[in-house]
Ligand binder design. Structure first.
Ligand code: ADP
Length: 449
């Protein structure tokens, strides 16, 4: 049998994570990289590496023709987009298919549909997935109609760009007098940042938690949900700590929502790994959006399920059937992940530079996903995440205790990192108690000032 080849259109820890999955499946792994990543440590672990352009992502990791040319030149069969970069660009999915290659992810039309938050909401409502109250259509360009919609939902409401992402293109409106201006500003942002002026409106939930459901679906109509994650520890919509399962939520309720998510995948013909993101407040789940890719925080789910989600997503992209029944997906113990960033722990400014010394923790129940090595220079052009430290334990308390020990051991010299912040968060009363809202971390940071 001819060995298949996966081209990895990404960098850093996720490129390494995908190389590892390829090894496990006996596939060749090819990396493309920018000039800034020449000689980067993960490239040495790939079967080969190709430079596709200069440092700016637009000219390399986002440059579709260069990536497709690299795929052709190396005889790749599949392309793994990782997360970020091109991973949720439907035009990339379409270009990959047109070039006769397979993207490890859903079809372009499915990606486009789920990437439009209004379309996604409509599809999920049809599948019986609960959504945040609000019209399941874009708002008309008529101030009175917009005001009527807000009145019907009840203030506060949130205006959101249908094509938005990364926590941008959203505006909370607490009273009628602020509505017209907020609408205009959000409309402008939506056009400018996302090239799609469509705006929709939802009830603004004051103190929700962020709880998400991991799914995996094959091309034969099978879809499974692989448990839940709580990612409420965020700053400016950037997740810092994630855990599985979400503490203190009725498991029967989560199972019911998970089943609905899997059903929605079957209905929309979704193939691949994906995440349904929810806000959870007062015992209710409200869908907000779907991510049609692997997520940074997938390891916590891997540790509690014992599954290799990246290998599974490659398998289903190759046409395999999921060899697992929902009843065989077990959730054992608890897992917590800290995202270690090269940034100033006080003001959060990125702090690229050379890592002069490095010690990564280990021991029972500890997993570290990291692409950095001693002497490695973090380039200033990309994401500042340098490692994920993940702990697994029989209970949440055990996972927390192991994670604290790991964070004490972890040592990165030469650059500033958020390790001191993580150490404090892991001892912080609210987080230790479990079940904090998405505002908890920012409130705590403010109170600390
Ligand atoms: P993005 O694609 O930009 O991440 P989301 O729709 O996922 O946008 O929303 C990002 C974040 O904004 C959520 O995690 C939550 O913190 C906040 N948010 C979004 N919708 C609501 C809402 N209806 N009520 C309260 N907060 C919200």
């Amino acid at each position: 049998m001819i060995q298949e080849t996966v081209l990895i259109a990404n960098r850093g820890e996720i490129a390494l994570r995908i190389i590892r999955a390829c090894r496990r499946l006996g596939l060749r792994a090819i990396c493309v990289h920018s000039e800034a990543d020449r000689g980067a440590p993960w490239l040495a672990l790939a079967d080969s590496a190709l430079c596709i352009g200069p440092a700016p992502a637009q000219a390399s990791y986002l440059h579709i023709p260069a990536i497709l040319a690299a795929a052709k030149a190396t005889g790749a069969d599949l392309i793994h987009p990782g997360y970020g970069f091109l991973s949720e660009r439907a035009e990339f999915a379409a270009a990959v298919a047109e070039a006769g290659l397979r993207l490890i992810g859903p079809r372009a039309d499915v990606m486009r549909k789920m990437g439009d938050k209004v379309e996604a909401k409509k599809a999920l409502l049809r599948a019986g997935v609960p959504c945040v109250p609000g019209p399941d259509s874009v708002l008309p360009d008529d101030p009175q109609a917009v005001a009527n919609a807000a009145e019907a939902i009840g203030y506060p409401v949130i205006l959101k760009a249908a094509g938005g992402g990364g926590g941008r293109g959203m505006r909370v409106v607490r009273q009628r007098t602020d509505l017209d201006e907020a609408f205009l500003l959000t409309r402008q942002e939506a056009s400018r940042f996302f090239g799609n002026p469509d705006i929709y409106m939802e009830k603004f939930l004051e103190r929700p938690r962020h709880v998400e459901i991991q799914i995996i679906a094959d091309s034969h109509g099978n879809a499974l949900w692989l448990g839940d994650r709580d990612c409420s520890m965020q700053r400016r919509h950037q997740k810092l700590i994630e855990e599985a399962p979400a503490p203190g939520i009725d498991r029967a309720l989560i199972a019911a929502v998970g089943e609905r998510c899997a059903a929605a995948c079957r209905e929309i013909g979704y193939v691949g790994a994906g995440t349904f993101e929810f806000l959870y407040e007062d015992g209710q789940f409200y869908f907000i959006e779907m991510n049609t890719r692997i997520q940074v925080e997938h390891p916590v789910t891997e540790l509690v399920t014992g599954l290799d989600i990246v290998a599974l997503q490659i398998d289903v992209a190759r046409g395999a059937s999921l060899a697992l029944l929902q009843s065989e997906v077990g959730l054992a113990g608890h897992a917590i992940e800290c995202r270690i960033n090269a940034e100033d722990p006080e003001n959060f400014a990125p702090h690229p530079g050379q890592i002069t010394a490095l010690h990564l923790p280990g021991g029972p129940g500890i997993r570290v996903d990291s692409h950095v090595v001693p002497g490695y220079t973090i380039p200033p052009h990309y994401d500042s995440m340098i490692a994920k430290v993940i702990a697994h334990g029989a209970t949440r308390a055990e996972a927390l205790s192991r994670l604290r020990t790991a964070l004490q051991e972890l040592c990165v010299e030469g650059i500033k990192t958020n390790i001191p912040l993580h150490r404090q968060m892991l001892a912080e009363h609210g987080f230790v108690g479990g079940g904090v809202s998405i505002h908890h971390l920012e409130h705590w940071l403010k109170a600390r000032e």
